[in-house]
Write a protein that binds this ligand. Sequence first.
Ligand SMILES: N[C@@H](CCOP(=O)(O)O)C(=O)O
Length: 498
Amino acid sequence: MFYRSTRGNSRPVSAAEAVKTGIAPDGGLYVPGSRVAVTAGEVAAMSGMTYGQRAVKILGLFLTDFTMEEIADCVDGAYGHGKFDALEVAPLHRLDDHLYVLELWHGPTCAFKDMALQMLPRLLPRAAAKTGEDKEIAILVATSGDTGKAALEGFKDVPGTRIIVFYPARGVSAVQERQMVTQEGGNVHVVAVEGNFDQTQSGVKEIFADPAVNEAIGRRGYRFSSANSINWGRLVPQIVYYFSAYGDLLSRGEVEPGERVNFVVPTGNFGNILAAYYARQMGLPVHRLICAANRNNVLTDFIRTGVYDRTREFYRTISPSMDILISSNLERLLYEMTGRDADRVRDWMAALREEGRYRVDEEVLDGIQAVFWSDYAGDRQTMETIRDTYRRYGYLLDTHTAVGKYVYDRYREATGDGHKTVLASTASPFKFNRSVAAAILGEQAVAGQGEFALLRILSEATGLPVPRGLKDLEQKPVRHTLTVAPGEMKRAVLEILA
Ligand SMILES: N[C@@H](CCOP(=O)(O)O)C(=O)O
């Protein structure tokens, strides 16, 4: 299996090379060069498997230059040994007759990013060895809150790697920031950027594309890679949990073999929902993919009209991980939806860069609308959804998952579609303690309370334990204090890698 760049100007590479480099030299994203399919029998067989067995099966189909022993070893390290605080790794919670919540936040940092970022740090050093790499891997990450901490935790003290995480100052929740700035490890660096996530992500991509910076760090014995979902090694472990959810529905008798289900995915950088799309393409019985956005609703507009227009106001919301106007992974979807037409993708990406917008052809839009549906929730609707869901079901949603729940309700209203639906729950409610506590207890209960008091208040009010990964945050000293302007990110990287 070879991987191709969505922009068509880079040579095809092996899976190991794609994982090691993260982004293609022409600025495109790597995608599998041929279709990967599973049979109905193989999907049905998932019902009798553990999460780890499902992961080995799916990863093995994509990472063809890794042995099955290597993959099994990575899976065991990522999901075994009590790493996740749920035996099932990604448990499925039945909310009612139609809706199930796929809890993807039982890993060490309490967000769905752990599902892939416990795996990538195990794949990447092996990928480097397989490709004869003699340089240390310098991983650059742009985060709107969740990826950063998960990547730091995954890569901390991994030999042969260094990691630098950039996050937008005041653009993440207080708990998310605290998780990152207290990060321990000899190879980790965390830098706040005086800008929003889009500026942060664009800054990182500019560094990847800058020949002078690449040359300078090369002389110092480094090469760049990415732990964002632009790296194929981030996406493939995310495909697994869609199969896993379906396996659980089958084993509990909630669906018949072959019965199609919907997935609702709170969406920012489009990586999570794209993983669901690949699962569908492989043969998982999926009806619709419901893309849930917050007030930064660039994707909702795109899916409705075919016009992607980032030239609009950027809002800071209570679902900060989704405060994104340039969704990296849409590029992969466009590549697939155009029948792998790299020329068109390149033109659209150039238009996005230069004019801030592009419009896809009618036929591409029809293809997208046949699979995807989208709507968005503002902060008020998000808060109401948390409160109503808690009152009705006794189930606590974080702000991002609440966006998903709100959009699902809108979808049902609009379409009457009765397919069973799985809502991807992307983070623990404790990571967004202030908003979640305010939603269920009222604003006055949280006024003047500090972050750690709020963790306790939320735990006492709901009877839910504060997750392991957040419990000891209060005691940890702040280790990272550097803040830079977007234009200074390059210099910061060069200084860190001096
Ligand atoms: N929502 C993300 C933004 C980066 O997305 P990624 O999937 O490309 O890593 C975050 O929490 O950082």
